[in-house]
Write a protein that binds this ligand. Structure first.
Ligand code: AP5
Length: 189
C-alpha cells in the first residue's frame, strides 16, 4: 500500500489549488500521487440516488443520508492502490451543526498517514468565496469561518488519536501561493 494523505480546509481556502500546484512540482521529481476528491465520489453516489442536483447541495441533506453516502464513498476509495491524496473536509458545516468528515468508520477504511490542514486568515477566505461565482458558498461571516477553522484543528487532533496519523498545517496566504505549494510539496515528499 502507498502513502495515504488527506487534505482538508474550509471551503474556498484553496486546498485544490495548492494540491494541484504541489503535484505539478513533484512530477518533475518522479513522485506521483493519485488525487481523489471525496466530494466527487460522494456526488457520484448521491447523483445515482437522485437526491441532489449539485455538489453544494450535499451538505444540506439529512445527516443520515450524508453519512450513508460518505461511508459508501470511503469504501470505494479504500480499494485504490498506490500513493493517494484525498481532498476532503475535517468537518462539513451542515444546517444541524458540524458533521465529522472522517468519522471512525471512514478512518478505518482510509487509514491515513497524514492529515494536512490548509488554512489562512478568515478575511482572505471570505473574499475568495465572494469572488468564486462557480460555487454556491454558505454566506458565513469571517467570525464563522474562524470558528470553523478552529473546530477543524480540534477534529484533526481527534483523527490523529484514533488513526495514528500526523497532522500538518499549510498556510495558503494571499500573494504567497508559491510558498504554500512549496510547503505542501515538502510534506508530500
Ligand atoms: P468540495 O468540492 O471538496 O468542496 P469545497 O471545499 O467547497 O472545495 P473547493 O474545491 O471548492 O474549495 P477549495 O478549498 O479546494 O478552494 P479552491 O482551490 O477551489 O466538496 C463538496 C461537498 O462534498 C462538501 O460541501 C460536502 O458536502 C461533501 N464532502 C466532501 N468531503 C466530505 C466528507 N469527508 N464527509 C462528508 N461530506 C463530504 O480555491 C478557491 C479560490 O481561491 C479560487 O478562486 C482560487 O483561485 C483562490 N485561491 C487559492 N489559493 C489562493 C491564494 N494563495 N491567494 C489568492 N487566491 C487563492
Amino acid at each position: 500500500m502507498g502513502k495515504r494523505i488527506v487534505i482538508t480546509g474550509v471551503p474556498g481556502v484553496g486546498k485544490t489549488t495548492v494540491v494541484n500546484g504541489a503535484l505539478e512540482k513533484l512530477k518533475g521529481e518522479g513522485i506521483s500521487y493519485e488525487p481523489i476528491n471525496f466530494g466527487t465520489f460522494m456526488f457520484e453516489v448521491a447523483s445515482a440516488q437522485k437526491v441532489v442536483s449539485d455538489r453544494d447541495g450535499m451538505r444540506k441533506l439529512p445527516g443520515s443520508v450524508q453519512k450513508e453516502i460518505q461511508r459508501r464513498a470511503a469504501q470505494a476509495m479504500a480499494k485504490i492502490e498506490g500513493n493517494i491524496i484525498i481532498d476532503t473536509h475535517c468537518t462539513v458545516k451542515t444546517p444541524k451543526g458540524f458533521l465529522a468528515g472522517l468519522p471512525e468508520w471512514v478512518l478505518r477504511e482510509i487509514i491515513p498517514d497524514m492529515v494536512i490542514l490548509v488554512e489562512t486568515d478568515e478575511d482572505q477566505i471570505l473574499s475568495r468565496r465572494l469572488n468564486d461565482p462557480t460555487r454556491t458558498r454558505d454566506p458565513d461571516t469571517s467570525g464563522e469561518i474562524a470558528l470553523h477553522q478552529e473546530y477543524n484543528r480540534a477534529m484533526a487532533a481527534a483523527y490523529s488519536m484514533v488513526s495514528g496519523c500526523t497532522v500538518k498545517i499549510v498556510k495558503n496566504q494571499d500573494f504567497l501561493l508559491d510558498r504554500a505549494i512549496a510547503d505542501m510539496a515538502d510534506a508530500l515528499r
